[in-house]
Design a protein around this ligand. Structure first.
Ligand code: 0WD
Ligand code: CA
Length: 387
């Protein structure tokens, strides 16, 4: 069975739910997972701290690159068993099952949301119905092949990091503290420019959100707390989180066009998880930090809309992207029987033919994908719940 979905389809309305954090988990410097919301917050949350005096210091975002601790690409592909284990532990603790239509990593939904303005990027992911929900997992082989291709085209030896990839992690290291400022020893603040940089440590927020009639559980990496964590648990902590990014300084109109596309992707990524703030570090060609700009996520669609420099051509409209995303999610939920545990599907977008399709896998491949996606432990947990 192959079904394709016209790229021109849009839902009429985009009834959106404000995402709400259910819990968090984290990965430590050794690549071990930290489960439990309190533990993850205590051990892995970072706090934004970048005073103007630091920004004026011409910080070298390439410094320390030879000491970068890089997780091998094959291990850094969006760990599905870890997510399912985190969900199970949360369900055991609360005594209730999270019953969204879709369970997935945020990054995959970002790919769908930005698709109308990224028609040159292929998309490939698996959909596995289980226990009344659709578990959407990355096509890791395609992802790794894409990364290898990218490394080869940039003459980047495997296992090493390019200056441009490194500077993003370096910016995070110089712009955050491991504890709120008041609780951080002065020496830690002063020495953070020398801190070893790695891509092992990450804090992952798991949120419940929705578009149209569909409800989604999304797990996504959050870079830091922008201002403070509200004491009242009824307040929305997500609005206090920030996404950190870097960009080259903007000097020519052409660079503004490129930046706007990047800002659109960052908006999509942050919007899906409900992250309140986006912080951009701007660097020169020698990768020295030249300036910092803070954006509220909800303001970005208006900034893009009002940008006169990008008024020509296929002007990006965030609401248009949302209507596409809403229609695709609705279509997926309608097409795939979430109760049929004998099947598995691939969702893909092929830039060559510009087709967006849903393909039922043959029974052998389907079985493999199912086994890889739904861990035995999670399957047993949910089965025990059903009785
Ligand atoms: O397809 C996915 N969602 C992937 C997820 C592809 C590769 C890795 N991951 C991993 C992440 O490392 C993390 O463990 O999944 C977890 C969180 O996923 P997410 O929040 O859904 O991922 P996304 O929104 O795509 O990216 C968040 C961060 C990135 O930060 P920036 O500022 O660059 O958006 O996850 C990292 C990266 O730090 N990340 C990657 N790191 C190396 N290679 C990659 C990648 N291909 N993709 C995301
Ligand atoms: Ca980031």
């Amino acid at each position: 069975m192959i079904k394709s979905f016209p790229l021109s389809l849009r839902s009429k309305t985009t009834a959106l739910k404000q995402p709400k954090e259910l819990f968090s988990f984290a990965r430590d410097i050794d690549g071990e997972w930290i489960y439990g919301d309190a533990e993850a917050k205590d051990q892995a949350m970072a706090y934004f701290y970048l005073p103007d005096s630091d920004v004026g210091r011409n910080i070298d975002l390439g410094a320390g690159i030879s000491k970068f601790k890089k997780m091998p690409d094959e291990q850094n592909v969006g760990d599905f068993p870890a997510l399912l284990r985190a969900i199970q532990l949360h369900e055991e603790k609360t005594g209730s099952r999270i019953s969204t239509n879709i369970v997935t990593y945020r990054g995959l939904m970002t790919k769908l949301l930005v698709l109308p303005y990224n028609l040159n990027d292929a998309v490939s992911m698996y959909v596995v119905p289980f226990d009344g929900q659709l578990f959407v997992r990355n096509d890791e082989d395609a992802e790794l092949a894409r990364r290898r291709e990218q490394n080869e085209s940039q003459n980047q030896p495997e296992g090493t990091v390019s200056k441009f990839e490194y500077l993003g992690y370096k910016f995070e290291a110089i712009a955050t503290l491991p504890k709120p400022w008041a609780q951080t020893p002065r020496a830690t603040i002063e020495k953070r420019g020398k801190k070893l940089v790695n891509n092992y440590e990450q804090y992952i927020s798991v949120v419940k959100t929705g578009i149209g009639k569909a409800k989604l559980l999304l797990a996504g990496e959050v870079d830091c707390v922008f201002d403070y964590v509200p004491e009242d648990p009824r307040e929305n902590v997500l609005l206090h989180y920030a996404e950190l990014k870097t960009s080259r300084v903007l000097q020519h109109p052409g660079q503004v066009v490129t930046f706007e596309k990047k800002l659109f992707k960052t908006w999509a990524q942050s919007f899906l998880l409900g992250v309140g703030t986006v912080v951009y570090g701007f660097r020169d060609d020698n990768v020295h930090l030249q300036g910092v700009e803070v954006y509220k996520t909800e303001e970005i669609p208006v900034l893009i809309k009002d940008n006169k420099l990008t008024d020509q051509g296929n002007k990006i409209a965030c609401t248009n992207a949302l209507k596409w995303y809403g229609a695709v999610i609705e279509w997926l939920v309608e097409q795939v029987d979430a109760a049929d545990e004998s099947k598995a599907y691939k969702v893909s977008f092929d830039p060559g033919s510009r087709t967006f399709s849903l393909i039922e896998l043959d029974s052998e491949e389907g079985k493999k994908v199912r086994e890889k996606t739904i861990s035995k432990e999670f399957s047993e947990w949910r089965r025990s719940e059903r009785q």
